[in-house]
Design a protein around this ligand. Structure first.
Ligand SMILES: [Zn+2]
Length: 128
């Protein structure tokens, strides 16, 4: 199992607002917080979001460039994916591949892809 993943974000407040809307519903609990970062943990795995240092902000992030493309999390069921999709819509977050949702990943793959801050892709997948 993954130990942890750490992601730099251009705006920690915005990132925190986004991830706080989903990670607790996906079973992650707030783990650590400090002025420049926050982390969420489930079991032995945690995810850390850290404010990018000023000097590195201009370089930006692009999910199609080399590096992390997206993060995917387990949902409990298809209904769980649907509920979180609804929550994303209510909050004005963009659903990616809307025309193929919830089968953008294939006919047997039930998931939602949401655009997270920095235009990172955030995926929530139902069990098969
Ligand atoms: Zn994926």
């Amino acid at each position: 199992m993954l130990h942890h993943v750490e992601i730099n974000v251009s705006n920690l407040t915005e990132a925190r607002e986004f991830y706080e809307a989903f990670l607790p519903d996906l079973g992650y609990e707030l783990y650590q917080q400090w002025p420049e970062g926050v982390s969420y943990k489930m079991g032995r795995t945690y995810v850390v979001f850290v404010q990018t240092e000023e000097a590195f902000l201009p370089k930006g992030y692009h999910r199609k460039a080399t590096g992390l493309n997206h993060l995917a999390f387990h949902a409990d069921s298809r209904g769980h994916v649907d509920a979180l999709t609804e929550k994303a819509r209510e909050r004005g977050f963009r659903i990616l591949y809307e025309d193929r949702h919830p089968f953008a990943g294939g006919p047997d793959y039930y998931a939602v892809f949401i655009e997270a801050p920095d235009r990172m892709k955030f995926e929530i997948v139902a069990p098969e």
